[in-house]
Design a protein around this ligand. Sequence first.
Ligand code: SER
Length: 556
Amino acid sequence: MNSNKLRESFLKFFEKNGHKIVASSSLIPDDPSVLLTTAGMQQFKRYFLGEPSPYGNKVVSCQQSFRTSDIDRIGDKTHLIFFEMLGNFSFGDYFKEGAIKLAFSFLFEELKLNKQECYFTVFKGDKDTPFDKESFSILKKLGVPESKIKKMCRKENFWGPTGLEGPCGPTVEIYYKELEIWNLVFNEYFRDKHGKLSPLEQKGVDTGLGLERLAKVIQNKPSIFETDLFEPIMREISGKNERAKRIISDHIKACTFLISEGILPSNKDRGYILRRLIRRIIGLEKILGLSNNFLIGLVPKVVEIYQDIYPEIKSKEAEIMTVIQNEGERFEKALVKGLKQFEKISLKGNISGIDAFHLYDTYGFPLELTIELAEQKDLKVDKQGFESAFKKHQQISRAGIEKKFGGIGKQAGDESIKLHTATHLLHQALRQILGEGVKQMGSDITAERLRFDFSHSKKMTETEIKKVETLVNQKIKQDLKIKKEEVSYEKAIKSGALAFFKNKYPNKVNVYSIGGFSKEICGGPHIKRTSELGVFRIIKEESSGAGIRRIRAVLE
Ligand code: SER
């Protein structure tokens, strides 16, 4: 069965069993304590806590998910950074017995998997939470021999919460031929910010079944990389280093989906994750001896696999390629310098941890690249030394950040709020002067200036720049009021609010309007009235890649 059919059969099976199909939410979650969506339950977190669900009490989804926690394991047969998670959820409807029976019915009746090849794990209990006797008995009642039910500790069989606080509980995990395929989470507790557990009034079920792993099982492949979710990408990559090929295939998918969400490479948060992934693939490209532009050629392969399911990546294909190409070109320069540095270092013999870390930190060399280059010279790299240099560096920079921002954080924050509002004005002004083709491609705000990337095919003329600046200043002088409304995503779009990550917003969104001039879906915060902004000045207009312009501006 191909993966599109598999995805559909899961959704349809649960629909037939009274669940409402809900589309994947954005990879950018509405929970500010989490950088990226890591699980299907994330968009439903509040319904586990008792808020009524607009979809009813039983839902099913196929969620785009992203887990950097597994980054070191990518390259084996079954781990990924970006993956799709199939899941069924109950908010106060069925609980352990219902969930386990549905899972059995889908796997063993619908997909006809051989139950004899499966084993199961349950939570064995500890000082804080009791043994999950109920799940153990249900499994036995369903004919599973005790020898195939393993009792495991908290680390293995207790899930959640995502972020700082939320629902969590014991799990039952289903393994097929030693591979964990399905995690059934029974949310019966709430964990607060301090780690304290209290029973939830309404019990819930959250399950996660990795589509790629299920495809491996159903398509009977040695690894997920031979399934139809990867084969078209893997086929394009030549070379003998299987691990490098797998990492490239995983990361290029991850990058494609991140960029389709409007994320651009940068030095912080999500942008930083994207930057590291692109740079890691480029380093691996060198290992495999592939050409420079090879990478962007893989984007159409990712699009080919997913275009029927996620049409937004098809519509953004060109943008995605441009972003990757630009980042690649920027990195190339550092790479050339780094290679020279490597030559120097390698004259001393084996590569020390500090030197490997220096190559990583200053030139962006992934550790694999250093190892590979060293191997070609019959040299070794001190991996442990690299890890400890890495950890030490992290501690130092954390302490540095705290010291640097401890005293001025508030002030810097206020200033940047003004620049955030100015960014909305600039965006709308650009659309009025240059046309509605202008779309936000990225935004970065510091205490001193704003930086705004947008789609536009030509350099702006002096007159256009002046016109935009004047229009923004006019709106500042008009002392427009900034209004925030919380509405459904559909309503926001109908009302004409600008949104950039099509189809991927949470159900409820904030819309900020500035007088009748600008209206955008945005997380905020903003100032109250435009007259607080002072004078707006564009200080630079430049290219930021093919079809993308960049403006830097300040408030004076
Ligand atoms: N939240 C659980 C997981 O991510 C089940 O969906 O594994």
